[in-house]
Design a protein around this ligand. Structure first.
Ligand code: HEM
Length: 261
């Protein structure tokens, strides 16, 4: 409870992005888990392997240093909790603080002490790709179905933003990126989107008419693929179901590769 309280207190920061470290803390946990491969049982949050290169220096993890630093400060105060538990708990607390659902979380992850268990780079999804890539990562490697895939991407991207200095893409998905809700699905369906380049980097993404919201190609695939779109429509019209399904899918994500007796 003390650790939860310390995380909660550390999230607000008026000078950082949209005023909270919450979104980047959520992204840290997602990327710690997203290395899981159901075919080999390797990767996932257990081990906290992102402390070491090459995972630490994986291009997909650029920008996570702010969350890693924030978590390090908590770890110094509470050395008994493992990094792997702390990073996953961080996301659970951050989502709750940003008005999201309560997510089931269990301790028990270990930190690997050497670099022998670090998963290979290249397992994180790329925003420039299509539905085949999304299903390859989410189904073939992580073991999620279409419904879980859609709820996880749309829930994650209701928060935070892209930073051109990190990914080359720029902007937020929703008007209030520190408030967790089904808003991602609503704007994805309702707004008109235009495919164009980010002026400073040339990276291609979707912009809305007002140029104040964005979508990655992978986000747009969620309404181009009929099976994905079915879920986008359900979640756009039912925030309660969205929150419940997100909590279940995120809890499952946090458990990938964690041995339980
Ligand atoms: C196809 C799958 C996904 C792709 C390609 C993707 C890609 C990206 C990219 C490129 C960024 C911007 C990074 C930056 O420039 O700082 C980002 C941010 C973010 N992603 Fe994802 N993502 C995916 C799925 C998810 C999932 C499943 C979650 C969590 C459940 C998530 C949570 C976030 C959050 C919270 C941010 C904002 C971070 C911040 O504000 O610093 N993403 N994602």
């Amino acid at each position: 409870d003390d650790v939860r309280e310390a995380i909660k207190k550390s999230l607000a920061c008026p000078t950082f992005d949209d005023g909270s470290f919450g979104p980047v803390v959520v992204r840290l946990a997602w990327h710690a888990c997203a290395t899981y491969d159901k075919n080999t049982g390797e990767g996932g949050s257990n081990g906290a392997t992102m402390r070491f290169p090459p995972e630490l220096t994986d291009d997909g993890n650029t920008g996570l240093h702010t969350a890693l630093h924030l978590m390090e400060v908590i770890k110094q105060r509470f050395p008994a909790i493992t990094y792997a538990d702390l990073w996953t708990l961080g996301a659970v607390v951050a989502i709750e603080e940003m008005c999201g659902p309560k997510i089931e979380w269990k301790p028990g992850r270990i930190d690997c002490s050497d670099q022998s268990k670090i998963p290979a780079n290249g397992r994180l999804p790329l925003g420039s790709k299509d539905r085949h890539h999304i299903r390859d990562v989410f189904q073939n490697h992580l073991g999620f179905n279409d419904q879980e895939t859609v709820v996880l991407i749309g829930g994650g991207h209701s928060l935070g933003r892209c930073h051109r200095k990190y990914s080359g893409w720029e902007g937020k998905w929703t008007e209030n990126p520190i408030h967790f809700s089904n808003r991602f699905f609503v704007v994805l369906l309702e707004l008109e989107w235009e495919w164009d380049a980010v002026p400073a980097t040339g990276s291609m993404q979707y912009f809305n008419r007002e140029n104040d919201l964005m979508m990655l190609r992978t986000d747009m695939e969620l309404i181009k693929d009929p099976e994905f779109k079915k879920w986008v429509e359900i979640y756009a019209s039912d925030n309660e179901k969205f929150c419940k399904d997100f909590a279940d899918a995120f809890a499952k994500l946090l458990e990938l590769g964690v041995p339980r007796s």
